[in-house]
Design a protein around this ligand. Structure first.
Ligand SMILES: Cc1ncc(C[n+]2csc(CCOP(=O)(O)OP(=O)(O)O)c2C)c(N)n1
Ligand SMILES: [Mg+2]
Length: 803
């Protein structure tokens, strides 16, 4: 464990020290002013980086172009020190300004102090990531930044060690990039932290984590968070030993300006050079304004602690050091401090005006519509008169858009009959609402999925081609041969997961590929689903094409939090400025037993909107989805049908080339009496039921939806029920799960109810988990007989004289 590294000459220049002092003061003043803005009601919530200023200034000095950050909500000083953020944007974030030309992070979608730097250009092409300081997009869940950090660091390892990647000069400088992370002391209690540290030690990647140890997680002190009250003490077993690579641990103090600069200079140099993970445990850190604007720390910190925090305030300590070292006079420092205070004030004023201006313009346009009408409105309004509502709106001193919209919609309800006749008031109000709703929708509803030309929805489909001699092979071989082609074509493609490498996957779908393409491309990992996912997210942010394998769909739950909070929101929370085109490959649906046969698709689709969900019925379809996804820039999950690896399929001649469009269902069986809509492994079961039904004079149209998200974008299912007028939604999920989702899509959204002659029905798995053995499966999941009976019952109800 290292402490107190010496300070090199280059950092001892007066100019640079005073610039740092100014930045620390500016950042502190922003925190103070920001807190006031929230407490006075002008902003909704605020969380700030006070007390953590000097650590971040020291860290930023070592952050080079091409490096990556994965941090948390205390990092405002770090971002400013790197020139990625300024005092004006601080207020845009705080107020939630949605003007993306000034608010470069999320465009008002996330809390303040959640940062990001675009990895794509406005046209969707990749930026030169080596010419900018990169930051992945922050999320609020504590320690959620850690698994992604691992992936950002792991990319450097691949870029350095795989020489074929050195030619990607806009993605990497031969893997010399360090991934910097920050985390609070209390958040190290999370499993994500430990899983990440262990994986980083195993992988030996250039990951530099700083723990800002201010002794508290909101109100809960360290003694409830960390064994022995010290994260560096308990990480000692992870430390490097001769011949036993692990991590390096450095310790510093949050108020010690020269000490911190020396510490980071030394630690990051080793991390960058040797690709060894480094942890900086920064103790004696303060939080002078308390955790956030949600409360005050006087409630839980003792008098003694509060006094200590005052005394060890990093800015106060830095000032003392400057004076002791006679670097500047008290007057010089006072001037710098007051200039910083002034800048914060100015930015607050400007930021507020910029936030208010468009809202006031929107309001004025509404008021003008009302004022310009000629009607005198003698009739009594039902709720309040149009004039009164307008007057009330004008009285709002600090309007937000909600005020304008509430007023407009209320006015619309209370427009009098004479206005209606003489002034076209309703039309004008509708016009105002439409214009501004469209605008608000762009601010808040866009970019859930990639909307640029690189969207996978724009990828041109290519049908699988068969010839007379196309052999029938086990499904696993279709996947293997497909991967073989893909790995040959694209050097950026990697796949990793449990048992993926040496044995070629538990189902042999990667058989022999590690031998052929090397350990860096087809890679075994530990059993650690959350960081497998994080590894994939980090790689994909850096322009690699990762496929993260989760061994079974049932175990995706270990990674679900990150899938939902991080991957699914990456594009949305950066207002379209970042892509993370990660493919998650897993396998599920019916096999045997509670944890190897689940099909919890509604859990998935309802928690990962923003990620496409492909549910192929066989391996040809699965391969076709991988081929499509690798041509676009969206994240997606592909769930291979677990019982399909040994079943024979025809091997397409154009393996590795054919592509299946997302969102287009396939009609498996044409029919006229009733439509069955399903996906995945149940397609095969339904096909058998359809065959049996045909023997009883019932003609079933069987449709495989293929992808649950996006869902039937061309209305294939609607066209089918225009013909059959009856529909059964079928799957292995729980009752009210994905069948309810499909039912809503067709009956409500697409207007399918209009064409139905019988009530729409669902047939699903049981509420309980699927039981073991073939009998367990038979009685837990819908089988051909269940489907037969359900369809027969519907037909009997519709045509009792016949059935
Ligand atoms: C998973 C999760 N649980 C709880 C919270 C609520 N929360 C936000 S910050 C915080 C404390 C974090 O403390 P620490 O990691 O020490 O960072 P500090 O705020 O002290 O810098 C908590 C509990 C959260 N954001 N995410
Ligand atoms: Mg803390």
């Amino acid at each position: 464990m290292k402490q107190n590294s010496p300070l090199s000459e280059q950092y001892m220049k007066k100019e640079s020290i005073l610039a740092d002092f100014r930045l620390a003061n500016l950042s502190r003043n922003l925190s103070i002013t920001g807190r006031r803005e929230v407490l006075s009601g002008k902003a909704k919530f605020g969380i700030f980086g006070d007390g953590k200023e000097l650590i971040q200034i020291a860290m930023a000095k070592q952050f080079k172009d091409g490096d990556w950050r994965s941090g948390y909500y205390r990092d405002q000083t770090w971002m400013m020190a790197m020139g990625l953020y300024d005092s004006l944007e601080f207020f845009h974030q705080l107020y939630g300004n949605t003007d993306r030309s000034v608010h470069h992070g999320s465009g008002g979608r996330v809390f303040n102090n959640h940062f990001s730097v675009p990895n794509i250009n406005p046209d969707g092409t990749w930026r030169d990531l080596t010419k900018q300081k990169n930051s992945s997009a922050d999320i609020s869940p504590t320690a959620g930044q850690m698994p992604r950090l691992l992936g950002l660091a792991y990319a450097s390892k691949l870029f350095r060690q795989n020489k074929d990647l050195h030619r990607y000069k806009t993605l990497t400088l031969k893997g010399n990039e360090v991934a910097f992370g920050s985390i609070g002391d209390a958040s190290t209690s999370e499993g994500h932290f430990w899983e990440t540290m262990n994986a980083a030690g195993v992988l030996q990647v250039p990951m530099a984590v700083s723990v800002y140890d201010d002794g508290y997680g909101i109100s809960v002190p360290k003694k409830y968070q960390t064994t022995k009250g010290s994260i560096s003490d308990i990480l000692k077993g992870f430390e490097n030993e001769p011949g036993r690579p692990g991590i390096l641990i450095f310790k510093g103090k949050g108020w010690d300006y020269p000490g911190l600069i020396g510490l980071y200079e030394e630690g990051i140099a080793i991390c960058r050079r040797d690709h060894v993970p480094v942890l900086f445990h920064i103790e004696e850190v303060t939080q002078p304004l308390g955790h956030s604007t949600s409360g005050s720390h006087e409630r839980y910190k003792s008098e003694e602690r509060l006094k200590w925090e005052e005394e060890f305030d990093p800015i106060k300590k830095m000032r003392e050091w400057i004076l002791n070292e006679k670097i500047a006079t008290p007057e010089e420092l006072d001037t710098i401090a007051s200039e910083a205070e002034e800048e914060a004030k100015e930015s607050r004023k400007k930021g507020w005006e910029m936030f208010q201006e468009p809202i006031k313009i929107e309001r004025d346009a509404l008021v003008k519509i009302i004022e310009n009408r000629t009607c005198k409105c003698h009739e009594e309004a039902k709720e309040a008169s149009v004039d009164l509502i307008t007057e009330d709106l004008q009285k709002v001193i600090a309007p937000i858009r909600k005020d304008n919209f509430m007023a407009a919609r209320k006015i619309l309800r209370n427009v009098c009959e004479t206005c209606y006749k003489s002034d076209n008031l309703k039309e004008e109000l509708h016009g105002w609402l439409k214009r501004n709703y469209d605008d608000a929708s762009k601010s808040y509803d866009s970019f859930l999925y990639n909307e640029k030309s690189t969207s996978v929805l724009n990828v041109k489909p290519v049908d699988p081609v068969y010839s007379e001699n196309s052999p029938e092979v086990p499904g696993r071989q279709i996947l293997r041969d497909n991967y073989d082609k893909l790995f040959s074509k694209n050097p950026l493609l990697v796949i990793f997961g449990e048992d993926v490498g040496y044995i070629g996957g538990v189902n042999q779908s990667l058989e022999g590929l590690q031998k052929k393409f090397g350990e860096l491309r087809v890679t075994d990992t530990g059993i650690r689903e959350a960081t497998i996912l994080g590894q994939g997210i980090g790689l994909s942010l850096r322009g690699m094409r990762p496929i993260a394998e989760i061994q079974y769909l049932d175990y995706l739950m270990y990674a679900l939090q990150l899938l939902s909070d991080d991957l699914a929101t990456t594009h949305y929370r950066t207002a379209g400025r970042m892509v993370a085109p990660l493919i998650i490959s897993t396998r599920g649906h019916r096999l045997e037993g509670i944890w190897h046969s689940g099909s919890p698709m509604s859990m998935l689709i309802n928690s990962v909107r923003g990620v496409y969900v492909c549910s192929p019925r066989d391996m040809t379809r699965a391969a076709g989805f991988y081929n499509t996804l690798l041509e676009g820039n969206d994240p997606a999950i592909v769930i291979e049908p677990l019982n399909g690896y040994r079943l024979k399929e025809k091997l397409p001649d154009n393996i590795g080339e054919f592509r299946i469009r997302l969102g287009v269902p396939e009609i498996i069986n044409l029919g006229t009496d009733l439509t069955i809509v399903t996906y995945g492994s149940t397609v095969r079961v339904a096909a058998e039921a359809a065959r049996q039904l045909s023997l009883h004079d019932i003609s079933v149209e069987l449709i495989d939806v293929q992808t649950l998200v996006p869902f039937d974008i061309e209305g294939v299912i609607l066209d089918s029920i225009k013909k059959t007028n009856r529909i059964l939604f079928l799957d292995e999920d729980v009752p009210g799960g994905t069948t309810a989702y499909m039912l809503q899509e067709i009956v409500e959204k697409q207007g399918g109810w209009y064409y139905l002659d019988s009530p729409p029905k669902t047939l699903t798995g049981k509420e309980h988990r699927p039981a073991y053995t073939t009998d367990g499966d038979y009685f837990s999941k819908p089988n051909a007989e269940d489907i037969f009976d359900a369809v027969y019952g519907m037909m009997k109800e519709a045509v009792p004289e016949k059935f």
